[in-house]
Design a protein around this ligand. Structure first.
Ligand SMILES: Nc1ncnc2c1ncn2[C@@H]1O[C@H](COP(=O)(O)OP(=O)(O)OP(=O)(O)O)[C@@H](O)[C@H]1O
Ligand SMILES: [Mg+2]
Length: 458
């Protein structure tokens, strides 16, 4: 509720008292000052009035049957902190008056007292308005702090770790393409950080305050992808009960990330091409087209030149290519990546900090990671959970990698979780503690890795 300026012409007061005589005498006195006066004979009725109409000040009797003045005061402070409250106390009841002021009343008046009531009330309104301004400023400051902290967390999440020459080249290219509006096609093997790169480009671009909208072209069935991208008018297809706004429109002013763009059908490719050429889209079943201002970023792990992707669309998407190097071309980044993942996972799951020995890092660097950084990250998480010691050594790494095949045959995490749970007699908290993780994380892992399926990769 906005704080009203304390001009005497425009003040509205609510008088709360169970005695009609007192309400009447206050009403007369305040109307004489030119103020608007509302009345309520009880606490609950007073609160109802406050819900219905703007009030600057409440004069509140302390002793009332049912809800007493102190309780009403408390409710008002919680629900309408901008309203000034002045307690109306019986003769000599200074103690209660003091308690009321401590609980947030701006002032008190003695019943039947003389003196300039209007001056006291004006002062109370001013005092409350000043406090309210301070409170709002503090609230704004806290909100701004929260937003900044949130940004920082989000920023830390999308980070390309590694100081190898290959990563440095990627970072400087990202910085250069971010500044302009050019379309960027990001290529690279699975798990090399293509999505991270796309988000970083957007975050460093002039559009960063506008939405980043992602479409995974591989995950959406062919019949739905058009309405997903361009939206649909009501009744345009079975099941379209409402108008639907597509990703192009959602991304207006910002960026649209076409992930796994190589999986787009020829038909959809033709439509996307038109949208890019015209900067306009037409909703499925729609008559007129809508202008959109969208920066398109795309990513693929396919070789689009060899895969039969439309070359005219390819040229439009790939004004500038960004190539994410596979992990094997930047083995020197592995220790830094491991430290980063350990710190990240441990802070998120509040685990004891632990380190990988140099031998362990060397063993990791010697391994081939077809799933690149994602696979490394998953492996680090498993090692943190499954290795019992204070440090993770080469033997722990070896145990989770099979030298016989060279590929990452990981021990079944689901199996380990299940046997720990059995060993702890089904006590999930104890099983989580024995694995040095939190109960919550343990539940997540159980859901993600059922005992029967030993999954690798994602
Ligand atoms: N250089 C890096 N530094 C830190 N984390 C990284 C790096 N590269 C990738 N990651 C992390 O690895 C995981 C996979 O990254 P991302 O999803 O961007 O890969 P991708 O190339 O899009 O993979 P896919 O082709 O499978 O979709 C994410 O958890 C990401 O945060
Ligand atoms: Mg991806």
């Amino acid at each position: 509720m906005p704080v009203r300026p304390p001009t005497s012409e425009d003040i509205s007061v609510l008088v709360v008292d169970d005695e009609p005589i007192i309400r009447r005498s206050l009403r007369r006195r305040l109307r004489y000052e030119g103020w608007a006066v509302a009345e309520a004979p009880s606490g609950p009725q007073a609160l109802q009035v406050l819900e219905r109409q703007p009030v600057d000040l409440v004069i509140l009797d302390i002793k009332m049957p049912g809800m007493d003045g102190m309780e009403v005061l408390q409710r008002i402070r919680q629900q309408n902190p901008g309203i000034a409250v002045v307690m109306h106390t019986g003769h000599g009841d200074i103690e209660t008056a003091v308690r009321a002021v401590q609980a947030g009343a701006a002032h008190f008046l003695e019943k039947g007292g003389r003196g300039d009531i209007a001056a006291v009330l004006r002062m109370a309104i001013e005092k409350t308005a000043t406090l309210e301004r301070k409170r709002l400023a503090e609230e704004n400051r806290q909100l701004a702090e929260e937003v900044a902290a949130h940004r920082e967390r989000a920023g830390a999440r999308w980070k390309l770790v590694g100081s190898s020459p290959a990563m440095d080249r990627v970072r400087s290219r990202i910085a250069r393409v971010a500044a302009s509006d050019v379309r960027v096609l990001i290529t690279g093997e699975s798990g090399t950080g293509k999505e991270v790169a796309a988000r970083l480009i957007h975050a460093a671009s002039p559009r960063s305050e506008r939405p980043f909208v992602e479409v995974n072209c591989a995950a959406i069935p062919e019949e739905l992808i058009e309405s997903e991208l361009f939206g649909a008018e009501r009744g345009s297809y079975t099941g379209a009960h409402r108008q639907r706004i597509g990703k192009f429109e959602q991304a207006n002013g910002g960026a649209l990330f076409l992930d796994e763009v190589g999986d787009m059908s020829p038909r959809t490719q033709a439509k996307v091409l038109r949208a890019l050429e015209e900067s306009r889209i037409t909703r499925v079943g729609g008559q007129k087209s809508v202008e959109v201002d969208v920066r398109v970023l795309s990513a693929t792990n396919q070789d689009l030149r060899a895969s039969g992707f439309r070359s005219d669309l390819l040229h439009r998407l790939e004004v500038i290519p960004v190539v994410m190097p596979p992990l094997r071309d930047r083995l020197s980044d592995i220790p830094e990546l491991v430290r980063h993942f350990v710190a990240d996972l441990e802070s998120r799951h509040r685990q004891q900090p632990r380190r990988f020995t140099d031998d362990a890092l060397a063993a990791l660097a010697a391994h081939r990671f077809p799933g690149n950084v994602r696979e490394l990250r998953n492996l680090v998480e498993r090692l943190l959970i499954l290795s019992p010691g204070d440090e993770i050594g080469a033997a722990d790494v070896a145990e989770h990698l099979s030298p016989a095949t060279g590929a990452g045959r990981e021990r079944s995490l689901g199996g380990v979780l299940a046997s720990r749970l059995a060993a702890c007699g089904g006590d999930r908290s104890a099983a989580a503690a024995s694995l040095r993780t939190t109960r919550g994380r343990f539940e997540e892992l159980l859901a993600e890795f059922p005992a029967s399926a030993a999954r690798a990769g994602r």
